[in-house]
Write a new protein. Sequence first.
Length: 173
Amino acid sequence: MRRRSTIVVLLVVLSTLGLMLWTAPANAATRHRDFEINRTLTLATTGPDAGDTVGLYGTGTFDHVTGQVDGQGSYTLRDKSGHVIARGSWHAMHVESWISYGSPDGVVEGGKLVLSVAIYNPDDTLFTITNDFTITCLIGNPPPGSEEGVTDPALGYTQPIEGAHRFTLFLRG
């Protein structure tokens, strides 16, 4: 009887370990993150647009492991005087890099996400493709000197200047 109890306990332990090992990769593989860009304003500090600002909105989902992203939004470009000079849309194409700053509660997470993005004119013709569309959220433990917002150094937009709520990552299991 004692031997039978030992075998039953051993089988239960092995079954539990096997189930944990079997489900862990599935949970890790299905984890993804959402992003939201809400009323961010960024100043162009270099290039032909220096002094202009771009306002951005958008949402999406990304998987930093596979590089897949499904995201899009809109932009409004204003000159130094604040006059609208262009409006259009942007569509995320690929995750270039992702650095997590951590999650204080397991729900929201901070980090730095760099995307390849296609930027379109108001008539939906392609304006340009950039590989430096950078979204930064300061939740967690960001490195010193980090600034919250959306920048695109390749296009000269390097200085976030306005918007209390710019970017939030949501973990989903």
